[in-house]
Design a protein around this ligand. Structure first.
Ligand code: SF4
Length: 162
Protein backbone atom coordinates (compact mmCIF):
# COMPACT_ATOMS: atom_id res chain seq x y z
CA UNK A 1 0.00 0.00 0.00
CA UNK A 2 2.99 2.28 0.53
CA UNK A 3 4.89 1.29 -2.62
CA UNK A 4 4.52 4.79 -4.13
CA UNK A 5 6.65 6.31 -1.36
CA UNK A 6 8.59 3.41 0.18
CA UNK A 7 10.33 0.61 -1.69
CA UNK A 8 10.53 -2.94 -0.35
CA UNK A 9 14.33 -3.01 -0.19
CA UNK A 10 14.33 -0.06 2.24
CA UNK A 11 11.96 -1.99 4.52
CA UNK A 12 13.88 -5.26 4.15
CA UNK A 13 17.07 -3.62 5.42
CA UNK A 14 15.34 -2.12 8.44
CA UNK A 15 12.53 -4.16 10.08
CA UNK A 16 12.35 -1.59 12.87
CA UNK A 17 8.58 -1.86 12.80
CA UNK A 18 8.70 -5.58 13.78
CA UNK A 19 10.99 -5.17 16.82
CA UNK A 20 9.80 -3.35 19.93
CA UNK A 21 11.21 -2.02 23.17
CA UNK A 22 9.48 -1.10 26.41
CA UNK A 23 8.49 2.30 25.01
CA UNK A 24 6.84 1.12 21.82
CA UNK A 25 5.67 -2.35 22.83
CA UNK A 26 2.12 -0.94 22.68
CA UNK A 27 2.61 -0.93 18.91
CA UNK A 28 2.71 -4.72 18.56
CA UNK A 29 0.26 -5.79 15.86
CA UNK A 30 -3.43 -6.51 16.24
CA UNK A 31 -5.25 -8.75 13.80
CA UNK A 32 -8.86 -8.47 12.69
CA UNK A 33 -10.70 -11.57 11.43
CA UNK A 34 -12.84 -9.15 9.39
CA UNK A 35 -10.07 -7.41 7.47
CA UNK A 36 -6.89 -9.48 7.85
CA UNK A 37 -6.63 -12.60 5.69
CA UNK A 38 -3.90 -14.06 7.90
CA UNK A 39 -6.51 -14.69 10.61
CA UNK A 40 -7.67 -17.70 8.59
CA UNK A 41 -4.43 -19.36 9.75
CA UNK A 42 -5.07 -18.66 13.44
CA UNK A 43 -6.89 -20.64 16.05
CA UNK A 44 -7.94 -19.05 19.35
CA UNK A 45 -5.48 -21.33 21.16
CA UNK A 46 -2.37 -20.10 19.34
CA UNK A 47 0.27 -19.47 22.02
CA UNK A 48 1.51 -16.28 20.37
CA UNK A 49 -1.87 -14.56 20.46
CA UNK A 50 -4.41 -13.12 22.85
CA UNK A 51 -7.98 -13.55 21.69
CA UNK A 52 -10.02 -10.39 22.42
CA UNK A 53 -13.17 -11.69 20.76
CA UNK A 54 -13.29 -9.21 17.89
CA UNK A 55 -9.53 -9.15 17.29
CA UNK A 56 -6.26 -10.84 18.23
CA UNK A 57 -3.15 -9.25 19.70
CA UNK A 58 0.38 -10.51 20.12
CA UNK A 59 1.15 -12.04 23.51
CA UNK A 60 4.11 -10.37 25.18
CA UNK A 61 5.76 -12.63 27.74
CA UNK A 62 9.13 -10.98 28.10
CA UNK A 63 11.50 -8.54 26.48
CA UNK A 64 14.58 -10.36 25.15
CA UNK A 65 17.59 -8.14 25.94
CA UNK A 66 15.11 -5.31 26.41
CA UNK A 67 13.65 -6.05 22.98
CA UNK A 68 10.51 -7.89 21.88
CA UNK A 69 10.53 -9.53 18.46
CA UNK A 70 7.15 -10.05 16.81
CA UNK A 71 6.52 -13.84 16.77
CA UNK A 72 5.72 -13.58 13.06
CA UNK A 73 9.13 -12.12 12.22
CA UNK A 74 11.65 -14.42 10.54
CA UNK A 75 14.89 -12.65 11.38
CA UNK A 76 16.40 -13.65 8.02
CA UNK A 77 13.45 -13.36 5.64
CA UNK A 78 11.11 -10.83 7.22
CA UNK A 79 7.42 -11.20 7.99
CA UNK A 80 6.25 -14.83 7.78
CA UNK A 81 2.76 -13.59 6.90
CA UNK A 82 4.02 -12.03 3.65
CA UNK A 83 1.31 -10.19 1.77
CA UNK A 84 -1.21 -11.29 4.40
CA UNK A 85 0.40 -9.25 7.17
CA UNK A 86 -2.15 -7.32 9.25
CA UNK A 87 -3.53 -4.09 7.87
CA UNK A 88 -1.84 -1.96 10.50
CA UNK A 89 1.58 -3.42 9.59
CA UNK A 90 0.88 -2.79 5.92
CA UNK A 91 0.43 0.95 6.48
CA UNK A 92 3.22 1.58 9.03
CA UNK A 93 4.79 4.18 9.64
CA UNK A 94 1.29 5.57 9.20
CA UNK A 95 -1.27 4.62 11.81
CA UNK A 96 -4.92 5.16 12.48
CA UNK A 97 -5.38 6.08 16.14
CA UNK A 98 -8.16 7.15 18.49
CA UNK A 99 -7.76 10.80 19.46
CA UNK A 100 -10.45 12.22 21.74
CA UNK A 101 -13.72 11.37 19.95
CA UNK A 102 -12.20 10.95 16.51
CA UNK A 103 -10.00 8.69 14.47
CA UNK A 104 -6.87 10.30 13.09
CA UNK A 105 -4.21 9.24 10.60
CA UNK A 106 -0.74 9.94 11.94
CA UNK A 107 2.87 9.17 11.06
CA UNK A 108 5.72 7.90 13.22
CA UNK A 109 9.00 9.82 13.24
CA UNK A 110 10.88 6.52 13.65
CA UNK A 111 10.74 5.70 9.93
CA UNK A 112 13.12 8.29 8.53
CA UNK A 113 12.54 7.16 4.92
CA UNK A 114 8.96 8.42 5.16
CA UNK A 115 9.11 11.02 7.91
CA UNK A 116 11.78 13.08 6.13
CA UNK A 117 9.53 13.57 3.10
CA UNK A 118 8.02 17.06 2.67
CA UNK A 119 4.87 17.45 4.73
CA UNK A 120 2.87 18.42 1.64
CA UNK A 121 3.76 15.09 -0.03
CA UNK A 122 2.84 13.12 3.08
CA UNK A 123 -0.55 14.77 3.42
CA UNK A 124 -1.24 14.35 -0.30
CA UNK A 125 -0.32 10.66 -0.10
CA UNK A 126 -2.61 10.18 2.89
CA UNK A 127 -5.48 11.96 1.14
CA UNK A 128 -5.08 10.10 -2.17
CA UNK A 129 -3.95 6.63 -1.10
CA UNK A 130 -4.72 5.93 2.56
CA UNK A 131 -7.84 7.82 3.56
CA UNK A 132 -10.26 5.53 1.73
CA UNK A 133 -8.86 2.10 2.83
CA UNK A 134 -8.28 3.30 6.40
CA UNK A 135 -11.82 4.68 6.67
CA UNK A 136 -13.17 1.33 5.48
CA UNK A 137 -10.95 -0.53 7.98
CA UNK A 138 -12.17 1.65 10.84
CA UNK A 139 -15.78 1.21 9.78
CA UNK A 140 -15.40 -2.59 9.82
CA UNK A 141 -13.49 -2.96 13.09
CA UNK A 142 -13.35 0.26 15.16
CA UNK A 143 -12.54 -1.62 18.38
CA UNK A 144 -9.14 -2.70 17.04
CA UNK A 145 -7.81 0.88 16.79
CA UNK A 146 -5.23 1.91 19.40
CA UNK A 147 -5.23 5.08 21.45
CA UNK A 148 -3.22 8.07 20.21
CA UNK A 149 0.41 8.26 21.31
CA UNK A 150 2.04 11.68 21.39
CA UNK A 151 5.13 10.46 19.52
CA UNK A 152 2.97 10.40 16.38
CA UNK A 153 2.34 13.43 14.16
CA UNK A 154 -1.30 13.79 13.10
CA UNK A 155 -1.82 14.31 9.36
CA UNK A 156 -5.55 13.87 8.89
CA UNK A 157 -8.83 13.39 10.76
CA UNK A 158 -11.25 10.73 9.57
CA UNK A 159 -14.84 11.81 9.13
CA UNK A 160 -16.30 8.89 11.08
CA UNK A 161 -17.60 8.96 14.65
CA UNK A 162 -17.69 6.09 17.13
S1 SF4 B 1 3.03 -9.26 11.76
FE1 SF4 B 1 4.73 -9.24 10.31
S2 SF4 B 1 4.91 -7.10 9.61
FE2 SF4 B 1 3.64 -7.10 11.49
S3 SF4 B 1 5.11 -6.71 13.17
FE3 SF4 B 1 4.89 -8.96 12.96
S4 SF4 B 1 6.56 -9.57 11.60
FE4 SF4 B 1 6.31 -7.34 11.38
Amino acid sequence: MLSKILNKSTCAQCRLCCIFDRYDVWETPRFSPVTDLCCRRFSPEMPELNNHGTFYSVKIDSLENELFYCPFLDREKGCKLGDEKPFECGIWPFRVLKFRNAFVIAVSPLCKAVFDMPLSELTEFVRNELLKPITEYVRLCPEIVKEYDMSYVILSVIDFEY
